[in-house]
Design a protein around this ligand. Structure first.
Ligand code: ZN
Length: 113
């Protein structure tokens, strides 16, 4: 399970940071999740509740910020939101487009005591 591995990765990051910055409690973990990242926030939350037990991350609130999928056309330069995973420029019809956001997934910040 993809999300389980991701969730364990998040907890590892938190543990590493806690050693580095010497904190004992995490109030919130802020995550950035792109629409095209293939990560389902609800699953992360479910796995987190289980996987964080007994770790420093236990009881922390997950705050997930979704990032819209956007693309830019390499032909005409117009930018648009990606809808229904259709990668075609709505301005000129070109398929020569580049995804500019929506694939990201990372721990943005931690709120700690
Ligand atoms: Zn175009």
């Amino acid at each position: 399970m993809h999300e389980l591995a991701i969730t364990e990765g998040i907890i590892k990051i938190v543990e590493k940071e806690s050693q580095k910055y010497n904190f004992n409690k995490v109030n919130a973990i802020k995550l950035v999740v792109g629409e095209l990242s293939g990560v389902f926030p609800q699953l992360i939350q479910d796995y987190f509740d289980i996987a964080s037990k007994g770790t420093i991350a236990e009881g922390a609130e997950l705050i997930i910020r979704r990032v819209e999928a956007k693309m830019r056309c390499n032909e005409c330069g117009s930018e648009a939101k990606v809808e229904n995973h259709r990668l075609r420029c709505r301005n000129c019809g070109s398929l020569n487009v580049k995804i500019t956001s929506g694939k990201e997934f990372y721990v943005d910040s931690l709120e700690v005591d």
